[in-house]
Ligand binder design. Sequence first.
Ligand SMILES: Cc1cc2nc3c(=O)[nH]c(=O)nc-3n(C[C@H](O)[C@H](O)[C@H](O)COP(=O)(O)O)c2cc1C
Length: 130
Amino acid sequence: MKIAVRYYSRSGNTKAVAEAIAKAAGVEAVPVDRNEAPIKEPVDVLFIGGALYAYGIDANLKDYLGTLKKEDVKKAVVFSTSWLSKHAIGLIKNGLTDAGIPVVEEFFYVRGKPGEDKLKDAAEFARKFL
Ligand SMILES: Cc1cc2nc3c(=O)[nH]c(=O)nc-3n(C[C@H](O)[C@H](O)[C@H](O)COP(=O)(O)O)c2cc1C
């Protein structure tokens, strides 16, 4: 099974979740603005995450979602962090759905900075899809 983890994180909260998921999956968590971010070989599961900034997701993540092709992603699983709102989950899901990519209904969300317990939960969550 081929797995990819992509994320955008300004201050590290979403990055920590991405890395916990990636570790569980045995892959690298790659920021969407890195050269290696494009999905070059089809994946069975794409874990993709980002945070909410002033009611929106970062333009880097938004642009990245626009580059994804349904032929390359069998299904996507979304994760996010924020102060309070889970709105980024919906925004990311919409971007994926617009690209015709099936999105798993369940998602992983952490309010604020994830502690060790939440990182454990993230890994456990990820294992359901591996
Ligand atoms: C400029 C800015 C705007 C934000 N706006 C919101 C918001 O509207 N709602 C919310 O719940 N959290 C908001 N947050 C909180 C972030 O979503 C939260 O700190 C998140 O964990 C940051 O993820 P990151 O560390 O991966 O960048 C905002 C943070 C910043 C810096």
